[in-house]
Ligand binder design. Sequence first.
Ligand code: PHE
Ligand code: FE
Length: 296
Amino acid sequence: MNSQPRRVENLQTDKGKVPVYATGIVEQPWDDYSPADHDTWSKLYARQREILPGRACDEFLAAQDAMGMTPDRIPRFSELNRVLSAATGWTLMGVEGLLPELDFFDHLANRRFPVTWWIRRPDQIDYIEEPDLFHDLFGHVPLLMNPMFADYMQAYGKGGVKAHGIGADALQHLTRLYWYTVEFGLIRQADGLRIFGAGIVSSKGESIYALESAAPNRIGFDLERVMRTRYRIDSYQKTYFVIDGFEQLMRATEPDFGPIYARLAGQESLPAGKVLDSDHVYQRGTGEGWPTDADV
Ligand code: PHE
Ligand code: FE
């Protein structure tokens, strides 16, 4: 799609009718999506829904059904918002792409979730580096229907505003937590490991790899361990962390992170593929195919 999206000049915010959040916020230009755009959505949606039963966690699948996203066309944010705001008070907002960190945290802290309005080109169907509409909407939004996860995301936003005020180190530790939970988290269910991370559920290759490949480590979630662990942005993860349930995640992240950031400041970060003696190891990865250059 070529047309420039319209910018919202005077957005109604809780701070009054001011253009505070105007930068990057767009009204979803729904009428401008091309047939090819809708077709990309349809293909990706159908493909993921085919492989996710038995792989994505029950909460994700139930939430996605409850939202009423359909494969036939790109959903309208305004329609999803009616369902979502009634369920948990979250609102989706269209954006151009990644936001400055503090803006992103502030949106989350106020239960606003930024969704990239544009969808990838047909030749990017299997992989795109930046988040697009499919990743954001299909991957992130369903769990916002879940009351516990909805609260977790807001708490993360508030924690982000706080970490931003503390400094770059604190932010880096918090970002790793986001990466290994919201983006690439696994969860243990009665019938085995399942996916809840948006970066995994929005990728066919990684949905299979994260659960079935012998290459990556799968390690029980431990807050400080996760915060110390570097990650990959250009390949599948070397390590996936497994939570026992959203209750565990809520409980672990409830305490004030201030003292935790202070303690971590003196410690070395861990390479993405490292396994420690203290880890609860579900699977020690073979490391096959791991890139050898430095982790982020
Ligand atoms: N408890 C964290 C803090 O004090 C905030 C937080 C909550 C961070 C949930 C992440 C997830 O900073
Ligand atoms: Fe994401």
